[in-house]
Design a protein around this ligand. Structure first.
Ligand code: SF4
Length: 275
């Protein structure tokens, strides 16, 4: 605990930490230099679907209110306190991650899959976690689902180098299972720091794990998909994961509709869809 914190702030912070430990939300970083700008209050995420956002002239998005549509956990946000680090960069985050053993997923991984792409991207894709090919190569979305994602990106008129691609967890879950809640709680602060540093205009969540993690909801993909949400100073849209599309090719049309919303927001003309 930083002894320079005023007495009241220290007490509040200690109460928070005890609260999070009770919820088994995982360890906190020992060397974090985050400035805890706000230690109470609602989440920074507005969960009510919002109208398609206007283009670049939009003023800064005010702190979001809890929306009435989706059931939310009425708890202080771990993300707000834990993921803002002064002077942060992607390199610092990667360095701080190190050869991470903070959760059990480290045991069977080959490589940490941190993320790849343009550090100033206007568009970030967030998936669930690495699969076999990603684990071997240390790069996100390089297997069959990754090739489909590449096609989707190119259909939007972009390349993989134009965007940033990452996941909620950075180590491959055994047998490609869904990451456990405690694993996501431990790893997602790194994702949130990445998003804070990149500050994209739009975030596309690929699959319900990414969408539910960032929006902090248990709502189904069918309810979340295709809608815009406020996520801090970005707009967030959820769509199906490319791996789902490999199993359900009929859903590609729905995904293309979602991506066209993103293209309209970013002013992209795109190419003929090849997904
Ligand atoms: S998944 Fe994340 S928190 Fe868990 S070991 Fe890997 S990098 Fe660390």
């Amino acid at each position: 605990m930083d002894p320079r914190l005023p007495e009241m702030s220290r007490e509040k912070l200690e109460a928070w930490l005890r609260y999070f430990e009770d919820l088994q939300l995982g360890d906190f970083y020992a060397d974090r230099k985050a400035v805890l700008k706000q230690t109470a209050g609602p989440s920074a995420v507005h969960l009510e679907p919002v109208a398609p956002p206007p283009l670049r002239t939009q003023p800064p998005i005010p702190p979001a209110k809890l929306g009435p549509i989706l059931p939310l956990v009425q708890a202080p946000s771990l993300f707000d306190a834990a993921d803002r680090v002064e002077g942060d960069t992607l390199e610092r985050i990667r360095e701080f991650l190190g050869e991470c053993t903070r959760c059990r997923l480290h045991k069977q991984r080959t490589n940490i899959v941190f993320g790849v792409g343009n550090p100033r991207a206007e568009l970030v894709f967030v998936g669930e976690g690495p699969g076999h090919d990603e684990d071997v190569q240390g790069l996100p979305f390089v297997g069959r689902a990754g090739k489909l994602l590449t096609q989707m990106i190119e259909a939007m008129g972009l390349t993989r180098e134009d965007v940033y691609i990452c996941n909620v967890v950075k180590c491959r879950p055994p047998e490609n299972r869904t990451p456990e809640k405690d694993e996501m709680a431990t790893c997602s602060p790194f994702l949130l720091r990445q998003l804070e540093v990149i500050a994209p205009k739009a975030i596309v969540c690929l699959g319900n794990v990414a969408a539910q993690t960032l929006l902090k909801t248990n709502e189904s993909m069918s309810r979340l998909r295709g809608n815009w949400f406020d996520f801090r100073n970005s707009k967030l849209l959820a769509t199906y994961h490319p791996a789902y599309l490999l199993r359900n090719p009929n859903a590609k049309g729905e995904v293309w509709k979602d991506l066209q919303k993103v293209m309209a927001f970013l002013g992209l003309k795109g190419k003929l869809p090849r997904v």
